[in-house]
Design a protein around this ligand. Structure first.
Ligand code: LRH
Ligand code: MN
Ligand code: MN
Length: 432
């Protein structure tokens, strides 16, 4: 039995108040789906299996390079971050793991942290390394790159940090290391484009050789920022080539915000899945670049199309097809707990909507070149309001019918504000 952060009685009362309406909505949706040959109970059971990892850095208020406006009751350390993640999981039942970021979340007592998380039913997903900032007291600077740096001493320091992340992750029960580097150039001629990638591969081979047998290393690409002319790992092609070079434990991670505007991300997903290199996701939404907006807030259809490709891959490859799914967002103007709860539900919504696609009919339309009907088969699933399924799945798993309403009524943030005095200026995650 998990330790509750919000009193169980409060959640039960919240659900009881909404039970009649939820039953009615669920029955109406069930009838509609039945006419489409879909058993709502199967879909609800599937929804209950959904899980997405929380980014530890997402529970603090984010900021931009211009300013950060701290929120009330922000977590002051990794243990308090886990408390906030515990609330999100208690109410959504969709976020059973946390993705940590080192050294932001470094602890000298990983066993205590693991136990603290386990009390809330939380485990740890991929750990993230950070060689895009200099830390206080660090010997070498990453100003001109980390894993690709021209200096062997800098590269060695960056490799050692990644190996330390693996060790910390091992103690926490993680099974993957995500490597994102901001390395690149701001000016043409600043670095030899091929030489930088050769050094990257050389460094990554050292990290790869430190991976335990049952671990993956996830290569996260990003088009730009902080390198504004040429980022070393800028696109999925480079990511894929590096994963191929490194070996079977190396896979590609797709962060939805890391592409040029209008890129067909679902096609990237299909390609990586086809060649066995789709390792995982950082879910978020964006309009311009790496905006790190809440998942599903700008382009829910794109999110649905990504899950449609995942459903296709799963139908081809069976239970063996698995990806590490995480949120990666920055919450600048909302309560991070609320944003993360909503976002987990939006990703879950896309997963459920993708399960409603009539794949046999879609195939038939594709084979008959019935373009209009093929597009409609997807739209039909996407337009279905599956909110009642999501709420029922949550209630049946012990969560809240309406997580944000339940959280607001609980007064958790007010209490946190009292217990955790405001920290002005600096970001809790280090990103400003
Ligand atoms: C880089 C990134 C990467 C980092 C995180 C904080 O933009 O998406 O995943 O680890 O942001
Ligand atoms: Mn990311
Ligand atoms: Mn990013």
């Amino acid at each position: 039995v998990n330790k509750d952060l919000i009193a169980a009685g409060q959640v039960a009362a919240h659900n009881a108040q909404r039970a009649a309406n939820l039953e009615a909505d669920y029955a109406a949706l069930g009838g509609m789906l039945e006419r489409r040959g879909i058993d709502i109970e199967k879909i609800t059971a599937l929804a209950q299996t959904f899980a997405v990892a929380l980014p530890s850095w997402g529970v603090g208020t984010g900021g931009t390079r211009f300013a950060r406006f701290p929120g009330k009751g922000e977590p002051r350390n990794v243990f308090e971050k886990i408390d906030d993640c515990g609330v999100i999981h208690q109410l959504t039942r969709a976020t059973p793991t946390v993705s940590l970021h080192f050294p932001w979340d470094k602890t000298d007592d990983p066993a205590a942290l693991r136990e603290h998380a386990a009390a809330y039913g939380l485990g740890f997903d991929a750990v993230n390394s950070n060689t895009f900032q200099d830390q206080v007291g660090q010997e070498q600077t990453y100003k001109y790159g980390s894993l690709t740096n021209i200096s062997a001493a800098v590269r060695e320091q960056a490799v050692a940090h990644n190996i330390e992340c693996i060790e910390l992750g091992r103690a926490l029960g993680s099974k993957a290391l995500t490597v994102w580097v901001g390395d690149g150039a701001n000016f043409p001629g600043q670095s030899n484009l091929r030489g930088a990638l050769e050094r990257y591969l050389d460094s990554m081979r050292n990290i790869y050789s430190a991976l335990p047998d049952d671990w993956n290393v996830l290569i996260e690409h990003k088009l730009f920022e902080p390198a504004f002319y040429a980022t070393t790992i800028a696109d999925w092609g480079t990511s894929f080539a590096c994963a191929q070079e490194l070996g079977p434990k190396a896979k590609c991670l797709v962060d939805l915000g890391h592409h040029a505007p209008n890129t067909n991300i679902e096609m990237i997903v299909a390609r990586l899945a086809q060649f066995g290199k789709l390792g995982g996701f950082h879910f978020n939404d964006s309009k311009y670049g790496d905006d790190d907006l809440d998942s599903g807030s700008i382009n829910p259809f794109q999110l649905f199309l990504v899950f449609n490709e995942l459903a296709d891959a799963a139908s081809r490859e069976g239970a063996g097809f698995q990806t590490a799914n995480m949120l990666d967002q920055s919450h600048n103007v909302t309560d991070p707990i609320e944003s993360l709860m909503n976002s987990a539900v939006e990703v879950q919504r896309a997963f459920v909507q993708a399960a409603l696609v009539d794949r046999a009919a879609l195939k038939q339309h594709q084979e008959g070149n019935d373009v209009l009907q093929a597009a409609q088969a997807l739209k039909h699933a996407f337009r279905t309001d599956v909110s009642a399924i999501l709420a029922m799945a949550r209630v049946r798993s012990g969560g809240a019918a309406d997580p944000v309403a339940c959280y607001r009524a609980s007064g958790y943030r007010v209490q946190a504000a009292e217990q955790r005095p405001a920290k002005a200026g600096a970001s809790s995650s280090g990103i400003v």
